[in-house]
Write a protein that binds this ligand. Structure first.
Ligand SMILES: [Zn+2]
Length: 131
């Protein structure tokens, strides 16, 4: 049995950051489905998330799954960094904190300098912003 399972899982993608996230979404939907037993939308979303999770974990297409995971990590970093930049901007009265639209790096710029051009120290991309 163990041998069979091992052979079945060989060459398959398994889990990654995106699948961990989908797993947490499943848990949340499961809890919600306990409170809203008759809600068809929650139940359908729960089963769809399980199907996506299994399809990704059992996939043999490493390249496609890795690309999906990289995209997910980039989007997640942008959201987290935007939140952190907002928090830092609230605490720091002299500076403003921005998120690079290209690489999601947090960039500190001085406040009240009007319209300025910012160059990201990480990816070198320039963009205009109000300070
Ligand atoms: Zn950048």
């Amino acid at each position: 049995m163990r041998e069979k399972l091992y052979r079945f899982m060989q060459g398959r993608y398994g889990t990654d950051k995106l699948n961990q996230f989908i797993f947490y979404v499943e848990l949340i939907l499961l809890v919600l489905s306990l409170f809203f037993r008759r809600n068809i939308v929650i139940n359908i979303l729960f089963y769809i998330s399980i199907i996506i999770y299994l399809a990704r974990a059992l996939s043999k297409n490493y390249v496609a799954r890795s690309i999906e995971n990289q995209k997910f990590i980039r989007i997640q970093a942008k959201i987290v960094h935007r939140f952190q930049a907002f928090n830092k901007s609230l605490k720091d009265k002299q500076n403003k904190y921005l998120v690079c639209p290209e690489c999601a790096q947090i960039i500190r710029v001085p406040r009240n300098k009007g319209k300025i051009e910012v160059r990201c120290p990480s990816c070198r991309k320039s963009f205009d912003t109000k300070s």
